[in-house]
Ligand binder design. Structure first.
Ligand code: SF4
Length: 305
């Protein structure tokens, strides 16, 4: 596998409360082979013209170990913001797995964003980490229909497989949920799709869904999206040009109504969907686990009644 030089891996996050309480961020790989037509990481500002070619950062594990041990305070390390940590190379490289071992050894939590079912391979490590720190797994699912999913995320596992992975994570006690983002105008911005995702997520036993009712476009990612729309969704590009021009943040036209449908349905299933509550849930999971471990250590006759 190709490597690229790296001076540092773990960066601090300014506002952890905006994104699952992540205090730090790390990207072990550069580029991604899931081929999502809307991917923001493809934008020119990230200066990665070979985005589909996945490369790994040189000496990545040594750097992670060194940087973790030099942090003054522990915290949650997020991964998956710029490339999928469970891309197909991870099957052999196991760099994400080894980084979880280092997080566990150094007393850090983890926040994972992925579209891959390979994440289930590391459930054993997630359980170890969650004995001392928060663990949150976000599975991005943007379509309840496998056929549409294949057309907009051609290199990623099907939505059905991703829901099954969530089921496995949830049964193992891992705090997990769906990132329902982005929604694409004229492709996935339907009530049927939103309802489908919430219902399948509820059936999977997840803890939360974090939604967005729109998508982003900027130089580089816009041209790629338009090229793919022309190839697979004739006429949609023209609508995007008229509706959004050069805008970066693009809400789907029916965003407000879809948000109401989503919230009503999620409330019915008691699924968390606000960032504050989702983050609090991850910390609560650790506290409950520690209390139950403590309780098990106290013999019955020692409990003060
Ligand atoms: S999985 Fe994420 S990083 Fe990879 S192509 Fe899709 S949106 Fe981009």
């Amino acid at each position: 596998m190709k490597t690229i030089p790296a001076k540092t891996i773990i960066s601090s996050v300014k506002y952890p409360e905006y994104w699952f309480g992540n205090d730090y961020n790390m990207n072990i790989y550069r580029g991604c082979n899931h081929g999502c037509i809307y991917c923001d990481s493809r934008s020119l500002c990230y200066r990665n013209p070979d985005f589909d070619q996945v490369v790994i950062k040189q000496n990545v594990l040594e750097l992670i170990e060194k940087e973790l041990s030099s942090k003054r305070k522990s915290g949650i390390v997020g991964t998956g913001s710029m490339s999928d940590p469970y891309n197909s190379y991870e099957i052999c490289q196991k760099a994400t797995r080894k980084s979880l071992e280092l997080l566990d050894l150094n007393g850090f939590g983890v926040g994972i964003c992925t579209k891959s079912t390979l994440v289930c391979r590391d459930i054993d490590l997630m359980k170890k980490i969650s004995a001392h720190s928060p663990v949150t797994v976000c599975m991005t699912i943007t379509s309840s229909d496998d056929d549409i999913g294949r057309r907009i995320e051609p290199g990623a596992p099907s939505s059905t497989d991703r829901f099954n992975a969530l089921k496995e994570l949830s049964r193992a006690g891992v705090y997990c949920g769906v990132l329902m983002m982005p929604l694409l105008t004229d492709i996935t911005d339907t009530e049927k799709n939103v309802r489908g995702i919430v219902e399948m997520a509820a059936e999977s036993g997840i803890d939360f869904i974090y939604p967005s009712f729109g998508f982003t476009m900027r130089d580089g990612s816009r041209e790629y999206l338009y090229q793919k729309l022309d190839a697979g969704f004739p006429g949609v590009k023209e609508k995007y040009i008229n509706l959004y021009g050069d805008s970066y943040e693009c809400s789907v036209p029916d965003a407000k109504r879809l948000a109401r449908v989503f919230e009503r349905l999620s409330d019915g299933y008691k699924i968390k969907y606000r960032m504050k509550g989702i983050t609090a849930g991850a910390f609560e999971r650790v506290r409950n686990k520690q209390i139950s471990m403590f309780d098990k250590r106290i013999p019955d006759n020692d409990i003060i009644r």
